[in-house]
Design a protein around this ligand. Structure first.
Ligand code: 2P0
Length: 344
């Protein structure tokens, strides 16, 4: 297809990736390669929906005309530049010199994107994971047609590390140093599993995950211990999923997030995403476990608490903490990977 077929518009939907074994820390060198292996669940109940238009710039146009509007707000193009440059590079690599064409096929392309999340953005609900997974899928489909998920995952990772997992449904792994994530099991693997998301704040996080990770790596005396310990915990997490062992999954997920936060508390200056409500829920869950309920929490770079449980107890968890929440609890099953469609 030649430039006469532009502009083209594609939409995509992707779901957040909730890590039960956490990615926290980057290797130096390549963009967003993880220092720790992670294992995650794709959350079906919440989504990012993206509509992307790709067009061919005319000669004399500004070299970077990419635009991203997220939940109605225009975003700083610098955040997206490495991602779109990577998209252009992939296109150039896949469209070698053609008669009458350029050998820099991707160079003239620019992207206009609208993305909307149906959950709080930048508050520790993996909005960047879902957003960049949808963005990578729509950008590749709009320019090169259907592509293998591994390639979408690789590209999504350039936008945001955790996004490489969101490309897949079900249960995923992303290994330390790996360029892409992989699916461990599809979303049908564990029908009884539920994640209850408890939103205690809708405020944007004070420090991006990226800055927080880098500060942890550069200043926390516990960082090396965290990185050394993470592979065995990730291995146990994968075994718990393989055996559909809820108690083991819950216990390893708790260890992973608490060890991750321990490295952050020890950074200089210390990083503290928690709110009093977060701790109140953590204590409340301890009480529920004492009463025999199968409930274990995890947290990410924000104050929200996510509870790993089963279908029989999800509603009770949602009710129990209602007074602490800024919006209703979200009960999620394990969800599908990214889906792409022609935009309406
Ligand atoms: C995760 N988090 O494994 C971890 C656990 C938050 C805590 O990945 O810098 O938005 O874009 O690669 O992926 C959040 O960080 O960071 C994250 P970048 P990302 O889900």
């Amino acid at each position: 297809q030649g430039p006469e077929s532009f502009p083209r518009t594609i939409s995509a939907t992707a779901h957040p990736s909730l890590a039960v074994a956490k990615y926290w820390g980057k290797q130096t060198g390549a963009i967003n390669t993880a220092a720790t292996p992670s294992v995650a669940i794709t959350l079906g109940a919440i989504a990012a929906r993206t509509t992307l238009t790709v067009d061919c710039a005319s000669e004399g146009d500004q070299p970077c005309r990419d635009q991203v509007v997220l939940n109605g707000v225009s975003q700083d193009p610098r955040r997206f530049r490495p991602f779109f440059d990577a998209v252009r590079e992939v296109i150039t690599l896949n469209c070698p010199h053609q008669d009458g064409g350029s050998d820099q096929a991707g160079e003239c392309l620019f992207f206009t994107v609208r993305s909307d999340n149906d959950f709080p953005t930048a508050a520790g609900l993996a909005s960047s994971a879902a957003g960049f997974a949808a963005l990578a899928a729509s950008a590749l489909t709009a320019t090169l047609g259907e592509r293998p998920p591994e390639e979408i995952s690789r590209l999504a990772r350039i936008g945001s590390g955790s996004a490489c997992r969101s490309v897949y449904g079900g249960f995923t792994r992303w290994d330390a140093g790996a360029p892409a994530a992989e699916q461990l099991y599809p979303e049908t693997w564990w029908p009884d599993l539920r994640v209850v998301v408890l939103p205690v704040s809708s405020a944007e996080k004070p420090l991006s995950s990226r800055d927080a990770m880098n500060r942890t790596r550069d200043t926390s005396p516990f960082y090396d211990a965290w990185v050394a310990d993470a592979p065995s915990l990730a291995g146990e997490t994968r075994e718990a999923i393989a055996q559909r062992d809820l108690e083991r999954l819950g216990q390893t997920a708790r260890l992973s997030y608490l060890r991750m936060f321990s490295t952050m508390f020890a950074a200089a200056p210390p990083i503290m995403y928690w709110l009093p409500q977060s701790l109140e829920i953590i204590r409340g869950l301890e009480e529920l476990r004492r009463m025999g309920l199968p409930v274990w929490e995890t947290m990410d770079a924000g104050p929200q608490v996510k509870v790993i449980t089963d279908a029989a107890h999800a509603r009770q968890v949602a009710e129990e903490f209602r007074d602490l929440l800024v919006s209703p609890a979200i009960i999620s099953e394990v969800g599908p990977g990214v889906t792409v469609g022609t935009a309406s």
